[in-house]
Design a protein around this ligand. Structure first.
Ligand code: ATP
Ligand code: MG
Length: 231
């Protein structure tokens, strides 16, 4: 398993190009993230922020350089171990054609009880989904209750708040939410990740001072890293 090493995630001079593309998506990126740190990743569209997260869950392998998790090369871990330790909220949330309950239970090893699910749905502002008689048996996805973009995003957030993985990777979790909701959700995320390592890609600077490390990627290169005070 991923042990308690303090330097949890380490990228060493990582470069990456998508297959069949000549230009690189990331170029010589080095970064150390210690256990429990909260890291914000900023940068303009197309700079490689999502790519960075894709590499950290090993959906792709670096073309050059190395990624270490708890001082072991990322390729040394089993798929199962990575999945159990890393929770990844992608930029586009996928809803499964299944019940609301199963859509929330997804990627969790232990069974989440209904009460907890209801509590989190209320927290993320999805209480409306529980108004119907079907409750948590509400059918989502194809042929089910359609979700708006904002509702999908909140469903993704509910999944995160119900997940106990020690490493959270979030790709623009609050995109499209109004300021007030964003602030509230960020507070919940910070509480939930108090003892976890959090890497969050974001366009917004809301609550940026709460992060231990801020990484700015500019056109494939890491241009700045440091704390809010330093930058
Ligand atoms: P945004 O803020 O818009 O989400 P981003 O910083 O997350 O942007 P990435 O999605 O990491 O950017 O993309 C980095 C570069 O790699 C872009 O030029 C993009 O077009 C390209 N790219 C992303 N995904 C793929 C893919 N699956 N195949 C080929 N190229 C890709
Ligand atoms: Mg992206």
């Amino acid at each position: 398993a991923l042990s308690a090493t303090a330097d949890l995630i380490r990228l060493k001079d990582v470069s990456f190009s998508y297959p069949e593309r000549t230009s690189c998506a990331l170029n010589g990126l080095s970064l150390t993230i210690r256990k429990g740190q909260k890291v914000a990743v900023l940068g303009k569209t197309g700079s490689g922020k999502s790519t960075l997260l894709q590499l950290l869950v090993r959906n792709y392998n670096p073309s050059q350089g190395e990624i270490l998790l708890a001082e072991q090369p990322i390729h040394a871990y089993s798929e199962q171990c990575l999945r159990e330790n890393i929770c990844f909220l992608t930029q586009r949330i996928h809803t499964f054609s299944d019940t609301l309950r199963n859509n929330l239970q997804i990627a969790n090893k232990t069974k989440i009880d209904d009460l907890k699910m209801r509590e989190v749905l209320v927290q993320v502002g999805l209480a409306k989904l529980l108004e119907q008689e079907s409750g948590l048996d509400l059918w989502l996805g194809e042929g089910g209750r359609p979700l708006s973009g904002g509702e999908q995003r909140r469903l993704g957030l509910a999944r995160i708040l119900l997940n106990e993985s020690p490493i959270l990777l979030l790709d623009e979790p609050t995109e499209g939410l109004d300021r007030e909701t964003e602030r509230r959700i960020l507070r919940l995320l910070m509480q939930h990740s108090a003892n976890k390592t959090l890497i969050m890609v974001t366009h917004r600077l809301t609550a940026i001072e709460q992060f231990d490390q801020i990484c700015v990627i500019d056109d494939t290169n890491l241009v700045e890293k440091g704390s809010y005070q330093e930058l």
